[in-house]
Design a protein around this ligand. Sequence first.
Ligand code: NAD
Length: 379
Amino acid sequence: MKIAVPTETDKTEPRVAATPETVKKFIALGAEVTVQAGAGAGSRITDADYEGAGATIAKTAPPMLKAADIVLKVRRPSATEVKNLVSGAILVGALDPFGNDEDVKALAESGIDAFTMEFMPRITRAQSMDVLSSQANLAGYQSIIDAASNFGRAFPMMMTAAGTVPAARVFVMGAGVAGLQAIATARRLGAVVTATDVRPAAKEQVESLGAKFIAVEDDEFRQAETSGGYAKEMSKEYQAKQADLIAAHIAKQDVVVTTALIPGRPAPKLVSKAMVAAMKPGSVLVDLAVERGGNVEGAKPGEVVDVDGVKIVGYLNVAGRIAASASALYARNLYAFVETMIDKEKKALAIDWDDELIKATNLTRDGKVVHPAFAEKGG
Ligand code: NAD
């Protein structure tokens, strides 16, 4: 059982799919692990660290990819990487398949059995494999660190001999995994925190973290959650009522962090140009949804935009900005999943194709696109 961990080919991706900790665990399961030289550099892991854990270091990717039974990745492989993979190889990563049908087809045509971690069901057994949660949690933390470093003022109230500095007012829009961590982090830094969400269940979670919940709590709000626990797209009427409430609130905030997403839809626009214009100069907005279209009007992917003294922060790959921690958790998520594919006694691959985690995440198999969300589109 040969496992390959290549350096991510996307230059903007500092994370890595295995750490010395998970390399050791894979070796204990009977695997041979090869890591490409420099693969861990963006996450503060040296080649020597990997060697110390028992991995072999490969100077270049092609030979190790050609020899691999399992390839661990953060992002979808490049066309060159796919060419180097052999038919029957297993690929595991956050492959971001939506909107990338051609790449999914290419994986199938190369005979690769590809598994995408974002499709992991959110059930108890798979919690340790949930890359969306592990990365969103860190992104939520980092959003507040980024807000604080762009703010130019202190977050906590400070009573000093020279007088008092007021606490920053932080408003978090979208209280899912990232938003709840943003609330907790802002509270730890001493800010006065408020938050909003369209899911009624979020109210209690927000309040349990010591923040105040702000929302129009009408009948539509009370029913606004899918059976899967995700947000529904709200009616135009609700959005208008909510926007009025939020507009008045935002004008009084120093920092706004937006994290609102609806699965399979563009991010809802929650902060208009007029709302940004109503904020005090020196205020900061951090838009964590910028990769999916953005919650803030005027946010630009990968940029910090200054609108009359109000900064709109649109950093990409925010979990990657805290890469060492992000890789540590991502690698554990991958290990927890790949472990289920291995027969521990025989120390060999033994995939149970009927397992619900395998079925939910398997994109391509035996030359075909097999995932129901893509299968009809080709393969
Ligand atoms: P997400 O990233 O899809 O969305 C982020 C948040 O944005 C959500 O809370 C959503 O309700 C909110 N949102 C959407 N539209 C909005 C709007 N117009 N205004 C304000 N907020 C809006 O969601 P997520 O963070 O991945 O998690 C969603 C839910 O799933 C949460 O309840 C979370 O606790 C739960 N969850 C469960 C598990 C598990 O059981 N294993 C794991 C992770 C998350």
